[in-house]
Design a protein around this ligand. Structure first.
Ligand code: KG4
Ligand code: ZN
Length: 362
């Protein structure tokens, strides 16, 4: 925490995957205020391939970064305070994409003569719910990241003291959403499209009894590959094994069936998340180290049902929930600059030897 320290203005860069983003935030003991926040999405470039093509992503970051930087600085306004430090998401992500942001951030830090701070993208998702908030939550907090690349829980002694307590054994939740959406014939990016379909009028979330993974007794880890495969079997049928009895063919796909499958998938996916949150809360209570707050982040926190269920679970357990505003759920540079400000206040800065890494340090 930064009590007693002067406010700082941080310029943030985010290029880890397929969003090119820059932001300016003001950080002080009261929290983090977003002054300018610009994003150029690359969905149009990758749509035809059904997923992110790393070479295309890296090249597009190079082309889009300067216009996005100009936009963020313009949004912050001519009277914005001068930049005190530069923060960059330098891990995890596609290496060719990360390198673009890291090179740009180094150039900016050098030109401005200010420190550079390397920020872990997953950690930044965890504190995205603290952007533009009145005050910080009470710690210890249970942290949850649900994105396209990561699904994990953390014990957070503070905003920067974070220990991973669970992760997915196979697919990340966003990845499972995207794959289930592809199986259902929805266009890329599938997660938000599946969410929209599940919310359509008439969608029955109990039409299919899809598996909610629990894993071993007491395990906090996640697993979503079984759920994804169950959707595949409902659409294409269960593969026939020699000697096994013939199964009746699956009914033909209709709009109603697709809608019901989407809603049933969404129900099972959210139940799995809430189940593991509840387990983590109970285990902490048993150890007499209860969590006081719930901090969540990552692209899937934009999901309509998950947002509702997180609010319910937080209310039930008397936790302060920090759910990012919709604009801060998906990849953005405000969360990078926000965490950069927090790290700097804690005396943590890097230098121009900062390197990009494909994996998270959390
Ligand atoms: O955090 P993010 O922007 O990128 C990573 O760091 O991975 O998350 C992207 C993921 C994608 O898998 C996308 O399909 C998913 O978030 N997503 C959603 C929704 N909006 C984005 N999944 C379910 N429902 C949504 N509304
Ligand atoms: Zn992300």
């Amino acid at each position: 925490m930064s009590e007693g320290r002067p406010p700082t203005t941080i310029l943030g860069f985010e290029t880890s995957c397929d969003e090119t983003a820059c932001a300016v935030v003001r950080h002080d003991a009261g929290g983090t205020r977003v002054l300018g926040n610009a994003i150029a999405t690359q969905v149009d470039l990758h749509e035809g391939y059904g997923g992110v093509v790393p070479e295309i992503a890296g090249r597009a970051h190079v082309e889009r970064l300067i216009p996005v930087l100009r936009r963020a600085l313009r949004d912050a306004g001519a009277d914005a305070p001068k930049i005190d430090a530069v923060a960059v998401g330098h891990r995890p992500g596609l290496i060719g994409s990360l390198l673009v942001g890291v090179a740009a951030a180094k150039a900016a830090a050098f030109a401005l003569g200010v420190p550079i701070i390397g920020v872990d993208h997953v950690h930044a998702h965890l504190v995205a719910g603290l952007l533009d908030a009145e005050a910080d939550p009470v710690f210890p907090a249970l942290g949850l990241v649900v994105s396209g690349g990561h699904t994990a829980m953390y014990r957070m002694a503070s905003d920067i003291d974070v220990e991973r307590i669970a992760s997915t054994r196979d697919d990340a939740l966003g990845e499972a959403y995207d794959k289930a959406a592809t199986i259902l014939g929805l266009a890329y990016p599938g997660g938000p499209k599946l969410d929209a379909l599940a919310q359509e009028q008439g969608a029955d979330d109990r039409a299919f009894d899809l598996p909610v993974s629990r894993l071993e007794k007491g395990s906090l880890d996640f697993s979503f590959s079984g759920l994804k495969t169950a959707v595949l079997y409902e659409v294409n049928g269960v593969p026939h094994r020699p000697g096994a009895p013939e199964r009746p063919p699956v009914p033909p796909m209709t709009d109603a069936r697709r809608r019901d499958l989407a809603a049933s998938f969404q129900r099972a996916a959210c139940r799995a998340i809430v189940l593991k949150i509840t387990r983590a809360l109970e285990q902490a209570l048993d150890r007499e180290q209860p969590y006081r707050s719930l901090l969540v982040g990552g692209g899937v926190t934009a999901n309509s049902r998950l947002r509702r269920e997180l609010q319910d679970v937080a209310a039930e357990h008397d936790l302060e929930l920090r759910l990012p505003a919709m604009g801060f759920c998906l990849d953005n540079a405000a969360m990078i600059a926000g965490l950069g400000g927090r790290l700097l206040a804690d005396g943590d800065a890097d230098d121009l030897t900062l390197r990009a890494h494909p994996s998270s340090a959390l």
